[in-house]
Design a protein around this ligand. Structure first.
Ligand code: UD1
Ligand code: UDP
Length: 375
């Protein structure tokens, strides 16, 4: 039987983390021929992911530039992916999530009349500017895609509301759980000695990440002011902040945090195995990341989300994730509340995950194969 030729495209760290297990599964499965295109919208942060999972991309567009704009990324992806599709003529293009790589790759496939499958489909806030530009990237990708792999029932319902045919929406769980379960290791020794020396049991160790475009400027300053206030008010708190590579975030972080050296640990982005295992050891996570909201419930770690909305309401409903907004006072109060109230903390630390059981990749491949067997 003729193999189904699948071109998987990704470009940023979270897309890589969530697509790598799927690509591994495609590579092992005789029904498929797997081709990989890395736009390299991210470079170092994504290369680390590929090396952990042992993925080699046949196509690497190498588009990342320091300080790139949305237009830079979009135009480079559109041109580069079009050339890749012309070169390898896939039966199906798989894209993931909500980035500029995602939407522009889907658009390139549409212009070449190639079928698109959207992994992690159907997440919505219904606010076009938050997350920006991800909400619209998701909606436009859904309008182009034929196959929609929705992590949850809520995501499926969002797609149904937009008129997507129910026959083409498949609830699969999120592939990030497949990735996460493959790398958790309680014995892991961190590469940086400082991370091994931290007193995880007796101190309140907070893991911080922030990068979202809608938080650039005043919201991020508010977030950093909250961290400073928490550090000043409570001697028992330490913060670990693996800083996103975006230079503007790093400069601001150094301005606010350098004087608290020893209590606020500013470090490079961690490679995924280290980061996931760090999440499982700290007391609390504060973040504006999307993926971390999905991973933390599996690890039983409370997450305070530094945003005014989330496209991941399932984790909020499950109780592990709480939206605390971007105002200094509320962030500080909510953090103190959870650190001082054991019942509240224990309640948020339940490890039930609404995002899946680690079998999302298997389900996606079954649905793709079934779809193509009709023709
Ligand atoms: C991008 C995605 C966002 C996703 C995030 C995950 C878009 C519009 N944004 O945002 O949806 O949540 O990735 O992290 O698609 N940089 C490096 N090395 C790297 C990666 C980034 O130096 O490996 C620096 C570069 O200066 C680059 C800048 O970070 O220009 C911004 O990268 P970009 O992909 O444009 O935006 P992100 O904020 O990372
Ligand atoms: N992550 C990582 N190293 C870090 C910070 C995050 O490997 O230093 C992982 C994290 O576990 C999650 C993903 O990166 O799987 C989230 O990426 P990011 O926050 O950049 O993007 P988002 O999910 O918000 O799109």
């Amino acid at each position: 039987m003729k193999k189904i030729k699948v071109l998987s495209i990704f470009g940023t760290r979270p897309e890589g983390i969530k697509m790598c297990p799927l690509i591994k599964a495609l590579e092992k499965d005789e029904r498929f021929e797997s081709i990989v295109c890395n736009t390299a919208q991210h470079r170092e942060m994504l290369d680390e992911v590929l090396s952990i999972f042992g993925i080699n991309a046949q196509y690497d567009l190498n588009i990342m530039k320091q300080g790139q704009t949305l237009v830079d990324v979009s135009s480079e992806v559109l041109k580069g992916v079009t050339a890749v599709i012309k070169d390898c003529s896939p039966d199906l293009v798989l894209v993931h999530g909500d980035t500029s790589t995602t939407f522009n790759s889907a658009l390139a496939a549409f212009y070449e009349k190639i079928l698109v499958g959207h992994v992690e489909a159907g997440l919505r806030t219904n606010d076009m500017y938050s997350p920006f530009p991800e909400e619209i990237n998701r909606k436009l990708t859904a309008a182009i895609a034929t196959l929609h792999f929705a992590p949850t029932e809520t995501n499926k319902n969002n797609l149904l509301k937009e008129g997507i045919s129910k026959e083409n929406i498949f609830i699969t769980g999120n592939t990030v759980i497949d990735a996460l379960l493959s790398i958790i290791d309680d014995e892991l020794v961190f590469e940086q000695p400082m991370l091994n020396d931290i007193n995880y049991n007796n101190k309140n160790i907070i893991l911080l990440t922030t990068h979202r475009r809608e938080n650039w400027g005043e919201p991020m300053e508010n977030i950093f002011k909250s961290i400073v206030k928490l550090i000043k008010d409570d001697d028992n708190i330490e913060v670990i902040f693996p800083m996103h590579k975006n230079p503007s975030i790093r400069t601001l972080a150094h301005n606010y945090f350098d004087e608290f050296y020893g209590r606020i640990h500013l470090i490079e982005p961690l490679e995924y195995v280290e980061f996931a295992n760090l999440m499982s050891r700290v007391k609390l996570i504060m973040t504006d990341s999307g993926g971390i909201q999905e991973e933390a419930p599996t690890l039983g770690k409370p997450v305070l989300v530094l945003r005014t909305e989330t496209e991941r309401p399932e984790a909020v409903k499950a109780g592990t994730v709480k939206l605390v907004g971007i105002g200094t006072e509320n962030i500080v109060n909510e953090t103190k509340k959870i650190l001082s109230n054991k019942d509240l903390y224990d309640n948020m630390s339940k490890s039930e995950n609404p995002y899946g059981d680690g079998k999302a990749c298997e389900r996606i491949l079954t649905k793709i194969s079934k779809y193509f067997s009709q023709y």
